[in-house]
Design a protein around this ligand. Structure first.
Ligand code: SAM
Length: 245
């Protein structure tokens, strides 16, 4: 089966689940809009993450994976605002963090802030589908609320790249619920999505979220040596990917 045609719910998705997806881009994916709209969405992501303590919770889930390493080298992909990397540095006294995003304005904003002045942080522009670092350059790579931005062929490429450059790759993304529950979630989001860019992107994110079945198919398509483990973290799903060889 061609991975590029895989539904977001996976090849075994139900009839209804296959209808709960979209190719419509989020504001964050568009270059034809006023950049202030994108910055507003990024600010809200940061704010919501701080209020709900998502950044600390994810750092707390990921850091035990490198507990046996004195100075773990950690790569954050799709950092957006950098708050996850900041949480990692706050929670681990010797971690070295490379903070990256594909978006040059996000990268320059992160570099102009606290992370840009931290001697344990490096800030760079990196495309997660083409990381441009030697094999096993990092002990851990992180990708939060970003995986769904990529269509299946590119998402598989990210799994291949991140597990090539890092021993463990942690993806945290919106949990894709059973189709009937998903309909209710989408209906509750729709009125806000019509007037609020953050909710607009949230609704599209939900439609584009990958299921566990889809993750397994993406990993198999990227490289049969990649294994994936799943857990829940609040309203999100956490996937830990690594290579067996
Ligand atoms: C919804 S934001 C998530 C920001 C932050 N990680 C968070 O948890 O709030 C998605 C981010 O993924 C980035 N992104 C999209 N495609 C990417 C790619 N191919 N490589 C790296 N980053 C990418 C976007 O620029 C954006 O900053």
């Amino acid at each position: 089966m061609d991975i590029a045609t895989m539904p977001r719910g996976g090849f075994d998705a139900s009839w209804l689940d296959r209808r709960l997806q979209t190719d419509r881009p989020e504001f964050l994916d568009r270059n034809d809009i006023d950049d202030r709209i994108k910055r507003g969405v990024i600010r809200w992501l940061d704010r919501m993450g701080r209020v709900l303590r998502d950044h600390e919770h994810l750092a707390g889930r990921a850091l035990p994976l490198v507990s046996d390493i004195a100075e773990p080298r950690i790569l954050e992909l799709g950092a957006g605002h950098g708050a996850l990397s900041q949480a990692v540095l706050d929670m681990h006294p010797t971690a070295q963090v490379t903070v990256t995003d594909i978006d040059p304005i996000s990268v320059s904003n992160i570099a102009a802030g606290e992370l840009g002045r931290n001697p344990r942080a490096v800030v760079r522009q990196v495309d997660a589908t083409d990381i441009g670092a030697p094999d096993r350059s990092y002990d851990l790579a992180l990708f939060a609320l970003s995986f769904h931005h990529l269509p299946p062929a590119q998402a598989a490429r990210v799994l291949a790249e991140a597990t090539r450059v890092a021993d463990r790759f942690v993806v945290c993304d919106i949990y894709r619920p059973a189709a009937a529950v998903h309909v209710l979630r989408l209906a509750s989001m729709l009125p806000f999505a019509l007037v609020w860019p953050f909710a607009h992107d949230g609704l599209i994110s939900s439609l584009r979220a990958y299921s566990a079945s889809a993750f397994r198919a993406l990993a198999a398509s990227a490289d049969s040596a990649i294994t994936v483990e799943f857990s829940r973290l609040g309203r999100n799903m956490v996937v830990v990917a690594s290579r067996t060889t």
